[in-house]
Design a protein around this ligand. Sequence first.
Ligand SMILES: NC(=O)c1ccc[n+]([C@@H]2O[C@H](COP(=O)([O-])OP(=O)(O)OC[C@H]3O[C@@H](n4cnc5c(N)ncnc54)[C@H](O)[C@@H]3O)[C@@H](O)[C@H]2O)c1
Length: 394
Amino acid sequence: MTGGTETTVAGFPVRVFNEGGSSRVVVTKPLPGDRWLDILQHAGCRVEVCESPKTILSVGDIAALIGPQCDGVIGQLTEDWSAPLFGTLKRAGGRAFSTYAVGYNNVKVHDATNLGIPVGNTPGVLTDTTAEIAAALALAAARRVVEADKFMRAGNYEGWLPTLFVGSLLQGKTCGIVGAGRIGFSFAKMLVEGHKMDLVYYDLFPQPKLEQYFSAYGEFLKAQGERPVTVRRLETVEAVLREADLVSLHCALDASTHHLIDAAHLRLMKPDAVLVNAARGEVIDEAALVAHLETHPDFRAGLDVYEHEPRMAAGLAECDNAVVVPHIASASLYTRGGMATLAAANVAAVLRGFPAWRDPSDVAPFLEGDVAAMPPAAPSIVNAADLGLALYAP
Ligand SMILES: NC(=O)c1ccc[n+]([C@@H]2O[C@H](COP(=O)([O-])OP(=O)(O)OC[C@H]3O[C@@H](n4cnc5c(N)ncnc54)[C@H](O)[C@@H]3O)[C@@H](O)[C@H]2O)c1
């Protein structure tokens, strides 16, 4: 994000781009790259980016930034987007909103729909980046990488020993996925292809494409004279927890997945299993996880997200059998730039009266090339059907 002029809005430092633009778009945090700004400016928007050092803006802060007149907002996953803020946006003449994330559990879409406001999100560009962090957490936890790193830096290494930081081998074991959508599928490819793990998964819906993919991969391995991997959809999450040596959570957060992994579910898992969460913190009862880690030293967890972010549950920091990172699953330059592009394209397209894109999982046409030649559509509007928005037909 380069250029712009500095000003103050409601006491917050704000950087303004394209001052004379006809639609006012508020962006609650600076975003990486410049393409997203090009898209909004090309759509005739005056863009106001809040540069407050406050990490998380409150509902009151954002309402003050929206002010008496605002056409659209790009918000963050840490913000509470429900009736109060959508009401403020609507009263200010707002017509467009996009969150800068694929998961939108912090957005009460129903409240926006009631006010006729389309809600955009940013699918597709996070898939492999998020799956990579889950894979990194799985390997780091299984092979005790962080514990060993701390030991080394502390000057404790006195020489090779047969018993030093012995962990678990993932190769050839069973990988379990809970929520086998875009990210779950990508994670499964990394572990099944890379580590020849068998795959079991639980999802509300059968995933025929995923099953065909790994069945074909198993046949390929067989033809090479190698052990073929297998793929099975199990009927319950409990069955996955019992069978898998590594379980990775990739479901959306909603009422059906809140505390999906609690004390009773943890007890079903193998004592030396690895549990990874790069979905949302509330999917795990974190206090129960800490108790489980404390009493099962060979059990390991790799966590990107926390039930009460930014805090961790009491005792988690002391668990050497957990690897913890601060919600960085989407933090690759490609992804964060792509998310900005999609969020801006959502807001710009809605303000220009464009229809919704036909396939939010295929957002490639928005990510590169001249912004003037981008498809005249909003890449991903989650309430498009409820609002009766037209679908893009080239
Ligand atoms: N940690 C991060 O920074 C980060 C980054 C990106 C996405 N995410 C999270 O990952 C989630 C998945 O993203 P995606 O792009 O793969 O979404 P997706 O919609 O492609 O996949 C989600 C899958 O979960 C399944 N599911 C829903 N409820 C379920 C339940 N009760 N039990 C089992 N499966 C269930 C759905 O059927 C779907 O197949 C997002 O909702 C988001 O919360 C986190």
